[in-house]
Design a protein around this ligand. Structure first.
Ligand code: FAD
Length: 501
């Protein structure tokens, strides 16, 4: 236990993780501790990481960011979901839309009535009961309208696409205003206390020692403190998520700003498409065991919606998580803590939730092993639950056109995921484990979108009678269609509220 109250926090790294952490700590700790952030322009940041999920709105709220200022400063756009192309079978597509599906009524979840009526040929496709999915298809956008509580317009959940480098710069401005001290330069050595191995300083190439009691490792994949110094260990999940490389390339913007991310499955991986105001972010995530770098590059470049603005940039990664996100007096946040490929845009959320946990267990008067263990337990829970959701996309495919997809369909999966799939196949039941990130509508949309069958619907869905159920479904569908009609296009909304200069 440390005797003195904590006085200085040192954040190592100034990418998305470093500056989000600095901004959040400066805001919530209100000058109680000194916050210093070390980053190296020479090393730079990873600079991808442009798609998010709706929880980021909470981060913006806590740190007091105005949405329109933020979109303007980061050349951002709005995101209502992700379109998955070629995932179930080649040529198929579905959207995983944010927010709820259908309208709660009667006893069992909405989709049980839908499933029953679909079997009778009396229901529209599932997407027509989701306002975000239908808005994606129509290219429309509007934030949730809080003044119409019973309308689907009240249920719109949205996130953002943004330029990660501009985001780091935007947050840096806020953090520095709130007292964070930035130190530019390369760390060449990490100093540890002999007594307990705690990090007590990082040493810069200039010879300057940056001392502190709590160190946040936001140094990216290398994990300068958590791994290179403390040798914490890494749990490798490549046997479940075998993609290990990515190529990223921006291309010229398209006139239509899609309000969603697109994830197109290729022969041995998939390609993201993220629309920003000034360009489109693209990348091909692939498995090097099944496709060469040259072929991956040529697939990426032949599937762009505009002229490439640079050469494809290679990135290597190992999917998995650090054995302990918090080890001694070092907390790893961002890529230093682990990596799940960006299929469901979860990395920035993982940064946000790590910050939230750090604040919950903030060690202001010493390092308590029980609290550190609880922090690590919660981190593992969150990582594993998201991992299962991402594996689902690979496992539930019926593609026979490539060895990669056949291997994914045949691979063993974690028991926790196998259990969810079995429950769904029996009666379409969806079970959310504790407070896991992805809720039932998300699991449903991917399972149904990738053709996972269930034997029958819930028996209680038979109670209302076929005609009244059909009328109910139709009324939900029509209200959603009318709401989408009145929404502005995504381009109109941005032009009116938050176009970048
Ligand atoms: P980095 O951006 O790598 O920052 C590391 C920092 O550490 C830099 O400032 C660097 O200068 C500093 N540093 C390192 N070593 C030293 C040293 N010796 N001395 C001084 N400074 C040092 N996330 C999403 O949420 N959505 C997405 O769509 C998404 N897409 C992704 C696509 C790919 C291919 C990859 C790889 C990741 C993606 N991510 C995505 C994840 C996202 O990019 C990261 O979570 C996010 O950018 C955080 O990165 P970071 O700050 O941890 O690391």
């Amino acid at each position: 236990m440390q005797a003195q109250p904590l006085q200085t926090v040192v954040i190592v790294g100034g990418g998305t993780a470093g500056w989000m952490t600095a901004t959040a700590l400066a805001t919530t700790l209100k000058g109680r501790v000194k916050i210093r952030l070390v980053e190296s322009d020479e090393i730079g940041i990873i600079g991808v990481g442009e798609a998010t999920i709706p929880m980021i709105q909470l981060f913006n709220k806590v740190v007091g960011i105005d949405e329109n200022d933020f979109i303007r400063a980061t050349q951002g756009t709005f995101k209502l979901g992700i379109e998955f192309v070629n995932w179930g079978r080649l040529g198929e597509r579905y959207i995983h839309g944010f927010g709820k599906l259908g309208q709660d009524l009667w006893t069992v979840p909405f989709e049980q009535y839908w499933r029953k009526m679909r079997a009778l040929g009396r229901a529209a496709p599932l997407e027509e009961y989701s306002i975000t999915r239908m808005a994606c298809k129509a290219g429309k956008f509007l934030p949730a309208q809080m003044d119409v509580p019973n309308s689907p317009l009240n249920h719109i959940a949205h996130a953002y696409h943004f330029d990660a480098s501009l985001y780091a710069r935007f947050l840096r401005g806020i953090a520095e205003q709130r007292g964070v001290q930035r130190i530019e330069g390369r760390i060449v050595q990490v100093s540890q206390r002999p007594v307990d191995g705690h990090v007590d300083a990082v040493v810069m190439a200039s010879g300057e020692r940056v001392e502190g009691e709590l160190f946040i490792d936001c140094s990216g994949f290398r994990g300068l403190l958590i791994e290179e110094t403390l040798r914490t260990g890494y749990e490798n999940w490549q046997h479940w998520l075998p993609c290990d490389r990515a190529l990223a390339v921006p291309c010229a913007s398209a006139p239509r700003l899609l309000p969603y991310t697109r994830a197109t499955a290729h022969r041995a991986g998939w390609q993201w498409r993220i629309p920003l105001q000034h360009r489109i972010g693209n990348g091909h995530v692939y498995c090097s065991q099944f496709v060469s770098d040259d072929e991956a590059a040529s697939t990426l470049l032949s599937n762009l919606d505009g002229a490439p603005l640079a050469d494809p940039r290679p990135i290597r990664f190992t999917t998995g998580m650090r054995e302990q996100g918090w080890n001694r007096n070092v907390v790893a946040i961002g890529l230093a803590s682990g990596f799940l490929e960006p299929l469901e845009s979860t990395s920035i959320h993982l940064i946000q939730s790590s910050i939230q946990r750090l604040i919950d267990f903030f060690p202001d008067d010493g390092f308590n092993p029980v609290e550190i263990a609880e922090y690590n337990r919660q981190s593992r829970f969150e990582y594993e639950r998201i991992r299962d959701f991402v594996i689902l996309h690979y496992k539930v495919n019926q593609r026979s056109d490539s060895e990669f997809w056949k291997a994914c369909a045949a691979m063993p999966i974690p028991d926790s995921l196998a259990h969810k799939i079995e429950l769904y196949q029996a009666r379409g039941r969806l079970v959310r484990i504790d407070q896991e990130l992805f809720t039932e509508p998300s699991w449903l949309q991917v399972m149904e979108g990738q053709n996972l069958d269930c034997e029958r619907h819930h028996p209680l869905a038979d109670l209302p009678g076929d005609d009244s159920t059909a009328d109910y479904l139709e009324s939900v569908r029509q209200v959603i269609a009318k709401c989408v009609d009145v929404m502005p296009t995504h381009e109109q909304y941005i032009a009116q509220h938050c176009a970048a200069a």
